[in-house]
Design a protein. Sequence first.
Lengths: 130, 130
Amino acid sequence: MVDNQARLDTLFRAIADPTRRAMLRELAAGPRTVGELAAPYDITLAGASKHIQMLERAGLIRREVQGRVHTCSLDARPLHAGAEWLRHYERFWNRKLDALAAILEAEDAKTAAAKPAGKPRKPATPRRKS
Amino acid sequence: MVDNQARLDTLFRAIADPTRRAMLRELAAGPRTVGELAAPYDITLAGASKHIQMLERAGLIRREVQGRVHTCSLDARPLHAGAEWLRHYERFWNRKLDALAAILEAEDAKTAAAKPAGKPRKPATPRRKS
């Protein structure tokens, strides 16, 4: 259980950075060398290496070394655990959207009831889509 | 776009901690005061407040103040953005599982082919489920 918690910590920390998320997106297209991963960013190779190490620690990257060339490839499986954790809350954001829809419906009904018959104060506003 | 990236950073950092994840789980059952949220942990109220502030910054908690009582409630909507980001990688972890299943199938086939006919070395092993 503690292990699972630690894994989620490492995973969420790893993806809490735009450069690291962009690296994962790049790797989704295929394996890349460390140099290729670093190229789009205004960072040193050492800086890129730190990002890559955080992704490795989270199990999101596997690195193959051939001589001086380090090739990274994506292992998306740890993201599955993150998605599973988030899934528990899905019913809550759905419920919020349902509640919002209900509020808008109720407001629309109130507006319709309050409007003096035969003498609209202003042109009918388009009905908000729920 | 930058805003979205910053929101994902704040969200993933907020949930990259077991105490904060546990607080969210607690709030999933209903609103809680800051004291109630802090109670299960061996942390000071100030420590709990810091965690709560990180959750607030990520938009995951709303705080209602009545006199001295601060009541927190869950707003799960930002988690939706996180789930959406993760969803892009779903096909990758599925693909890995497919690949694993294929390897196991191939191994089973090899084992069956290598087994000398009429003289099983050991009782048939149950077929691994793919």
